[in-house]
Design a protein around this ligand. Sequence first.
Ligand SMILES: Cc1ncc(COP(=O)(O)O)c(C=O)c1O
Length: 433
Amino acid sequence: MSSALANGVAHAESAAEAQAADAADPLRGFAAEFHQPRNAKGERLIYLCGHSLGLQAKTVERYIAEELGDWREQAVHGHWAAGRPWISYHDRLSAPLAELVGASSTEVVAMNSLTVNLHLMMVSFFRPQAERTCILMEKSAFPSDRYAVVSQLQFHGLDPERHLIEIAPRSGEDTLQTADVIDAIERHGAKLALVLLPGIQYLSGQALDLGVLATCARRCGAVVGMDLAHAIGNLPLQLHDWNVDFAVWCSYKYLNGGPGAIGGCFVHDRHAHRLDLPRFAGWWGHDPQTRFLMGPQFEPQPGARGWQLSNPPILATAPLLASLEIFGRAGLPRLRAKSIALTGFLEREIERRLPGRAAVITPRAPEARGSQLSIRLHRAPAAAKACFERLTQAGIIGDWREPDVLRLAPCPLYNSFRDALDAAIALEHAAAT
Ligand SMILES: Cc1ncc(COP(=O)(O)O)c(C=O)c1O
């Protein structure tokens, strides 16, 4: 068989497979619940960028319009009399968020943004004392996390050169080995005040073995914090059972909360009533029973809600509420099952179509990744970036992270197997030029 003919047969087989998988997909109806971005000609783009900014649910406009209506008609009375009273609006998000992260409702709160929450958590949970003064994190952490950590060390008068311990993949590797992280935690154990872990590493797409690492860090006497920006709504999580001390996340990626959406925070129940912890306080963290007595002393409400500062931005929270309602109907177990199949299919198609020309650097094992694939094209960086730009022009929306990583994430809520196949075909063409 000629290679063109063999390619044609493989292509037809893949197309048939995608069609069958889409037909059998119990979640296929959900794509129609989202606005799909289009090009200037009105053609649908294939959006594989939910790891950066999730799509807008069609119900978002109604959710926002209802709040605008209550504000217009009721003004200040809307705090108590709106269809969804604003005074307790954020509480509506707690149960669905708790479900997604494996926690009880009292352990989670929607508030602020990720980096703000990380600072608030470190104020309470990074308490350097005696020999225990160091923070351990990964070397290629998202820059905002590193800036936050370094500034917290400096705030405590600690030199980051000595008190920040960063763990990197082995030379020539792109992902961390669990054994190496365990080894680093155990080696530095007595010095560690905080171990800060990503749920999913933003560049490589690697999902860390969070339960094992949290247990290891706590056994060594360290506090465990997590950045779940790329994990929430993407992976099943068990924050309570893993005994994580705190976690923070943003909601604009897999949670589809919209640009700059309200973030979230988890504080383990064992800290729910701790009045000994220093915290930066604000009136929304005060006991709601007595908040409006306007007393001078701060009395935190128990649980994660006690870390709130301000009354939440209702118009910016409404899209997240709309999206969480969809998550509730789809269910994370079904989303995860589809995600594993969809990401595996995209990976196989890329490897089949670009042998020797591209490498997926995200781990292959489903338990070591979520929806995202990180791809390195075997070309000089400028030529690789030009491929990414051709891919974008061809209507496939992923993103590029310097110096040389293309990220594509088929999201089970709104992407199909056909989307994954079309993306792999477009990448093949973009790389052939
Ligand atoms: C892993 C990770 N951490 C932190 C951040 C910063 O988030 P924010 O700007 O909401 O504070 C991001 C943003 O994309 C991220 O991907």
